[in-house]
Design a protein around this ligand. Structure first.
Ligand code: GDP
Ligand code: MG
Length: 424
């Protein structure tokens, strides 16, 4: 069984929380794209954990976790992330964590260049998380990156470094006028933070193919939502990797296998971090109330997230691009304070109403068309069965299902592992 758990919206839909729930059912959990530019918050009986790089299955004792070739890994960040988990009593070792030899290392100069460029852009900034993700993916496609497998031949790394830095300094020093990068510093950084992971490095293709041959179940965990996909998202306000389910087998290491199931994680309202078009955005007091009710502050950066009502055109597009076979609706409990639930049912573009999402200039001109649905006005966080939910909540769920054209199989009513309802 190969399953992907992916985001339908702009990210932060609660993927980490759902993956944590599902991960116990899977033998292997893989991250297939991105780096430490986003965060998952998982609350379980061991405590509250923020994961930026590690697959969420790391919190489940029996799961093998894979960081696939599609990832970019800041090994210094990974070191600290693992230290925090160990302090919370979580075991992380080469037994339960496998890192692809093809995953790219996010270097300190990638981070530096991310910051230099955002600063240069000033008010026109992209809203980058400044974690070096766009620069490191650029290096990957320039074929000038270091990969995790390179750590297994450190002498070759030492030889390659001056050549890479000669090229980097053309930008860092001659372009931005920043202090030139020194090979000795970068080699020391890799020795300090990279080399300790040498024992974790493996060929995840061999590992995953063997797991599949043995009938084991594999889950692919996305880090960002459909609308952040480099090709199909709100470019250029996207991430630099492929976030959609179709890429999961490639980014994890088994491109020859097909997915059996795609679980789309969709939030009961909308949130978005950073710049870019976000048609359903609520700016007034109602937006502030929703942000507070949902605790919408970035897990990786602490930035306040932009919020809005559920966005029908965007979510319908997300469901289609992910090829979702079922959905998990998250954070429905957050809406209990509302008398009327705001839903962005369509967009008005150039004076015309449309339910279809679009990318580019048209999206920049889109205005939200809002309708209001009856609120349920009761605390639903203790509901565990469909029958426990008030009628207004059930009506809301049925409406969303119909609009996006995909069944909602799970409804999450709280951040804790057990706070969910299986609808069928
Ligand atoms: P991810 O990036 O998609 O994994 O999502 P984040 O972890 O960035 O954001 C989701 C936030 O909502 C986290 O703080 C979760 O603990 C919390 N959360 C997830 N599901 C629910 C839910 O159903 N109800 C409530 N109230 N909080 C939730
Ligand atoms: Mg997140």
């Amino acid at each position: 069984m190969l399953s992907a758990v992916v985001g339908i919206n702009w990210g932060d839909e609660g993927k980490g929380r759902m993956v944590d729930l599902f991960s116990e059912r899977f033998d292997v959990v893989c991250r297939y794209q991105g780096g430490n530019n986003a965060g998952h918050t998982v609350v379980n009986d061991k405590g509250k954990f923020i994961l930026n790089l590690l697959p969420s299955g790391i919190l489940s004792e029996t799961t093998v976790n894979v960081m696939g070739p599609g990832m970019v890994i800041d090994v210094e960040h990974l070191t600290h992330e693992i230290e925090r988990l160990r302090a919370g009593g979580i075991e992380v070792s080469p037994k339960n964590l496998k890192i692809s030899d093809k995953a790219v290392i996010c270097m300190p100069y990638n981070k530096l260049l991310d910051c230099l460029e955002e600063d240069r852009l000033g008010d026109a900034k992209f809203g980058s998380t400044r974690r070096g993700i766009a620069p490191v993916y650029s290096d990957k496609y320039m074929k000038k990156a270091f990969r995790m497998g390179d750590l297994l031949d450190f002498e070759a790394v030492k030889k390659k470094m001056p050549f890479i830095l000669e090229w980097k300094n053309l930008t860092v020093e001659k372009g931005y006028g920043s202090a030139p990068l020194q090979a000795a510093d970068m080699i020391r950084w890799l020795a300090d933070y990279g080399l300790p992971f040498a024992d974790y490095v493996c060929d995840t293709t061999a590992l995953l193919n063997e797991a599949v041959a043995q009938g084991k179940s594999v889950m692919f965990e996305a880090q960002l939502g459909a609308l952040r996909d480099i090709d199909f998202g709100i470019y250029p306000y996207t991430s630099s990797s492929s976030t959609i389910a179709a890429y999961a087998p490639i980014g994890a290491g088994i491109p020859g296998k097909k997915l059996d199931e795609v679980i789309g994680i969709m939030k009961a309202y909308s949130s978005c971090v950073g710049e870019g078009p976000f048609t359903c955005e609520l700016f007034d007091k109602s937006g502030d109330e929703l942000r507070e009710a949902g605790g919408e502050y970035g897990a990786a950066t602490g930035r306040p997230r932009r919020v809005g009502g559920f966005d029908v055109p965007a979510s319908k597009y997300g469901v289609m691009m992910q090829g979702a076979t079922c959905l998990a609706l998250t954070k429905l409990d957050v809406l209990s304070y509302l008398d009327k639930i705001p839903v962005c049912v369509a967009y008005e573009i150039d004076g015309e109403r449309t339910e279809d999402f679009c990318i580019g200039g048209r999206l920049d001109r889109a205005k939200p068309i809002y309708e209001y649905f009856e609120g349920f006005k009761t605390d639903i966080s203790a509901c565990r069965k469909k029958e426990d939910l008030p009628k207004a909540a059930l009506d809301y769920i049925a409406y969303l299902e119909k609009q996006v054209g995909c069944p909602i199989k799970y409804v999450s009513v709280g951040a804790k592992r057990e706070q969910y309802i299986e609808m069928f």
